[in-house]
Design a protein around this ligand. Sequence first.
Ligand code: MN
Ligand code: MN
Length: 470
Amino acid sequence: MAEEKSKTAKLKEEIMMPESKGTKALSKKEIKKADEFCEGYKKFLNHSPIEREAVRYSVKLAKKAGFTEFEPDKKYEPGDKVYYINRDKAIALAVIGKNGTKNGVKLAIAHIDSPRIDLKPNPLYEANNLALFKTHYYGGLKKYQWTAIPLSLHGTVVKLDGARVDVSWGDAEDESCFCVTDLLPHLAREQAAKPMSKAFTGEDMNVLVGSRPYDTKDDEKDLVKLNVMAILNKKYGIRESDFLSAELCLIPSFKCKDIGFDASMIGGYGHDDKVCAYPALMASIDVEVPEQTCVTYLTDKEETGSDGNTGMQSDFLRYFIYDLAKSDGEEGYRVLSKSTCLSADVNAAFDPTYASAYEINNSSFINNGVVISKYTGHGGKYDTSDASAEYMGKIRSMLEKNSILWQVGELGKVDIGGGGTIAKYVANMNVDVVDLGVPVLSMHAPFEIVSKTDVYMAYRAFYTFFDSKN
Ligand code: MN
Ligand code: MN
């Protein structure tokens, strides 16, 4: 016999916020769907460590789903699906709605760049018979985490004659890779006494790339460096001066892997922010004929402030929306003013080992679903757009009505640090926007961790947003 609830228990149920049930709130079937969805995500993650590769893989998936390259002057019909590439580093995908752009568009935006180690323009040097690359790290990272792990070289070189060569070295099991060395603990007494920011500096992030001299009897200097360049010349046809017109970077060599005895999580490089990019991409692939035109935009340069023509501060997305508006006979700025957006970026999941950095009542947790951040930024709400109560209300009710597991999250304690997203750049275009994404453990580490059900809830959120009538 069921026990009679007390009056207070009933009142609590009625007016107090319920505790999140996490995975317990999900059916077996739903957990299975999440696991299946994540198999596709893991492939995406492994194929997309850098923005150019993420664009290439996204186009492949989009084309397979019937997307065609956008032609600005063409007339599109409801249900048509198009993609538009910005300099091979960012991509917009649109699904034309029954009402087109008349009532604004629905935007899901995520970034496909991740923290990494870029080569300096003049990287190659020889020291004590070792060949090394000088680097300049990209984005916010804890430098020591990038030492003593296998690294692969990815990117693009443009030669003097204009020919472009794509470089990928180090991922395959039987292929050599690269490494930033670290000082042995036996000799690290001085290093260990330094604060973390000084123990390992940007100029210490030198990558070991060779140690054998070029095979010659001639008495020349720097033969190890010459040997490295001769190998690169043979494989890619490049000379040392071609580094000047290159975008090359080092990323972890390892593939993503399931985490835990229960395989409930995924560890991998670049979850921030492919873990939101992929669900947003799949939402545009899976949505059929939406009411309003839906746009997924995967952008570059978020990790360095969104500047530049491939970053979110570029006018590329604005122009794309203006083009979509024009083909409907609408004014671009009016379309933007009626548009709504989910800014799809990760948030810091509460980590019990570092509990003191978080404020537990306003943190997001692994397995509690997709996380909404009303604002990001830092102490005193600087550098952020703050979503309105009205828009929060709208998104909250959409998630509740569709039984999508969700939570709110602030990035740690108020005065402890902070970080931003691209939401504010969209908000500046007079669009209603809020951050919605996946909680991540070890964010910005070479090996970040997410929960499979959270990834799936992000997909369900973007899909429902695109598919819903208002
Ligand atoms: Mn991010
Ligand atoms: Mn980030």
